[in-house]
Write a protein that binds this ligand. Sequence first.
Ligand SMILES: NC(=O)c1ccc[n+]([C@@H]2O[C@H](COP(=O)([O-])OP(=O)(O)OC[C@H]3O[C@@H](n4cnc5c(N)ncnc54)[C@H](OP(=O)(O)O)[C@@H]3O)[C@@H](O)[C@H]2O)c1
Length: 422
Amino acid sequence: MGSGTFKVLTRNTALINARAGADIRIVQVGARRDNPAADTRGVAVTRDVFEVARNPEVDVLVELIGGTTTARELVLEAIRHGKHVVTANKALIAEHGNEIFATARASGVMVAFEGAVAGGIPIVKTLREGLGANHIEWLAGIINGTTNYILTAMAEEGKSFAEALAEARARGYAEADPTFDVEGIDAAHKLVILAALAFGVPLAFDRVYTEGIGRLSLEDVAYARELGFRIKHLAIARQGERGVELRVHPTLIPENCLIAEVDGVMNAVMVKGDAVGPTLFYGAGAGDEPTASAVVADIIDVARALNVPPEARVPYLAFAEEGVNGRPILSIEEVETAYYLRLEVVDKPGVLSQVASIMSDRGISIEAIIQKRPREGASHVPLILLTNQAREATLMGAVREIEALPAVVGEVARIRVETLDG
Ligand SMILES: NC(=O)c1ccc[n+]([C@@H]2O[C@H](COP(=O)([O-])OP(=O)(O)OC[C@H]3O[C@@H](n4cnc5c(N)ncnc54)[C@H](OP(=O)(O)O)[C@@H]3O)[C@@H](O)[C@H]2O)c1
């Protein structure tokens, strides 16, 4: 990221300065070693990044080293020295943002983080400025390119999760250790940032329900398609009467929904505002120059906003103790969604009615059913159900009861469904 930002800043200097209404100059670069991707001749380079944070010539520190340990210390040190900060570090903002913003507010400096969510898509600015008039009802995003690449390879090429992950690694779209991406942690980092901006809730990374894509089977991808859905790894934040939902999980979405067509490493975020209605933002979610586009936009903003009163320089997050008007962040058990369920059942009459009666006893209605013929030589058959909206705790109670039926084999596969139209 550092080299991409350096390149964009040096390539488009005149344009950037004109837009910022200021001369933006790279005073000093902090790097542990020379980077062949950036020609830093003519710029002071230090091997100690903390020197930049203390350099009296520097007005804005741009943190692009990643991680949450040194990066946190570096950013706080810069703030203490009166520097504004630009960062693309989602883990840092999601986990330490409350502390960083409070320190920045006390010091009257800005902290900008457009690059931290969805790379080049200006979604932070959209929420803070473009949609500033709206009561945001919900947002839903494909905000991790690695998982979207894997899901696309599963859906379009019939690759298994393991094969698709290996391909993502070979193409450089997945890290050697892909845990952060496939388990949904990276998406959860970004989601809390979006939710904080949209709803004014404090950054609450530990309150996000997070489910990865590792357990998704090709079978479910195919059945979802048969029912007119695509499976995407969605990050969802919703503000309702009962509270705020924060969740990242595989989700069935109708195939005619635009976001269902976002494939490969691309990112997209849908935002529903009460005045504007549904909106969709699409673009590259990662990469040196797309992210540099966001980082440099922040630098321009900081330069422009230096005349703004200090208290308006960091996002206003905590309206209440927790959530807007004190509304709580809901646990996943309290969330209501529709569900896709896949059961393996013994091929005998009566099973469907047993399952249906468990559902109706709990007030869960069934929207669609697919019952397959037995596979060659198999004694059990897949039974696929789409339910209407139900509370997770109620649904899970029904699932446990269904799993205990003698005619049901193994665990019930369960994927949440979102129509994204309300
Ligand atoms: N890559 C993307 O597409 C993307 C998109 C959005 C946001 N981001 C965010 O941008 C940040 C950087 O990501 P990246 O992909 O550019 O990571 P990266 O390729 O690992 O680059 C990090 C750079 O920082 C240097 N560094 C780390 N610790 C340092 C220290 N203590 N002192 C001096 N230099 C140090 C590393 O040097 P060494 O080579 O010596 O380790 C490396 O050159 C992360 O917070 C990431 O989440 C990245």
